[in-house]
Write a protein that binds this ligand. Sequence first.
Ligand code: NAD
Length: 506
Amino acid sequence: MDAKVKPTTQVATVKLLIGGEFVESKTTEWRDVVNPATQEVLARVPFATPAEVDAAVASAKDAFKTWKKTPIGARARIFLKYQQLIRENMGELAAILTAEQGKTLPDAEGDVFRGLEVVEHAASIGNLQLGELANNVANGVDTYTLLQPLGVCAGITPFNFPAMIPLWMFPMAIVTGNTFVLKPSEQDPMVTMRLCELALQAGIPAGVLNVIHGGEAVVNAICDHKDIKAISFVGSTKVGTHVYNRAIPTGKRVQCMMGAKNHAIVMPDANKEQTLNALAGAGFGAAGQRCMAVSVAVLVGDAQKWVPELVEKAKTLKIGAGTDKGVDVGPVISCAARDRVNGLIERGIADGATLALDGRKPSVPGYETGNFVGPTVFADVKPGMVIYEQEIFGPVLCLANAATIDEAIELINANPNGNGTAIFTQSGAAARKFQEEIDVGQVGINVPIPVPVPMFSFTGSRASKLGDLGPYGKQVIMFYTQTKTVTARWFDDSTVSQGVNTTISL
Ligand code: NAD
């Protein structure tokens, strides 16, 4: 945890949101929020005290008493208003996001937009939170289900999508009748806070949405808290596994969406130009800091001859500050992240991979202090090399070779991660074989980053996910609600009493 300091200068402080008020933390532990292109300190974020965590949960618990009874149409209308406010403030939201996270302004708008789509979906809750009814399951008896909210739910989010991922969580939790405590990434909490301001402006009542900041201690307090009923986590496999193992024994529902090593298979019959564009965009966009970034391309047969053209394509990408026009690749989030990525590139060379394009220490005039790593391509990458085994989370694309589609599928299924994958081909038979046999949550067919739209749910296989239900879409309605099954019989004057019945029947 670098940059923890006391607030001594006039830099703005990020507030907590408790009981409908944005309040200054009383903590003594703070961390700088830093512009990764310039190292400018934008704000200081507090690491909330145990008392502040308790206050946020208590406020959510209290608000639940009335919020759970709010009519479904009233809840939906708040999110109709909220989506309008997000649209109206899109430019400002993207600017805050780029300043603290580094991605380009158009990509920052995309980050907000993919979250906005979930808000739009939340506004259609009237069609989503429906129970089932079976009429006349026995003589004069009906059975039906109620999907009731759980109570206080919590969300823990990563740095790489500071708008989209909080919006995956609190709108769906709140619109289903729960109250929420959010713990954003301490690396870039400012756009998340602006989104929370807009949520209150849209009409979310005091206490229904609360925000606390911090790191390990606050996350552990969320895992342990007796009044929190469910946790949604998105972040690394290491932290997500810890959250799952700590919170599950306390009886909470937990969904953890975690790390990745996304492979794309390139078949020799694929459309070459489209495929190379897709690989460069998905490998180096957002400086490779997307959980769905393509980090390994598996070149099958003659596609292995495309490496020089892929390298040429990568060289055309412009590296720079996300605020500058025409930039394709912004900085990585922190100096520590830059040093880690550069260290992994050195390790790839030492392990014997072929460095086809070296992105270390790029020249970015005007931004000499920024955390830049340029597009980097390794060819001849094999399992066992550190650059293959670890999630690099930087603009580094590894190229592996396979003789056949079967070999490529076997390679992907043997990798511990199962977040996203794609195939590039013009063969329907190859695409169908891939879709059937691959053990990965998100599958793209000539689509490099197949993040599901909100009518579906984000998912994941193997080490990329813990918990059975994913964020947003139909699955999250089940995650954020408790099914109650009612069996009802109503008597009228014509009903003849059968007397005492001691057998198990209706
Ligand atoms: P991270 O795991 O470091 O942090 C995630 C959250 O956990 C943050 O809020 C952070 O404050 C908290 N945290 C960090 N260290 C902790 C600790 N020791 N104990 C308890 N809590 C801790 O992840 P990140 O670096 O912010 O984000 C990048 C990771 O997230 C990548 O692995 C990426 O693949 C993953 N990710 C996954 C998805 C998905 O949907 N599968 C989406 C986005 C990002």
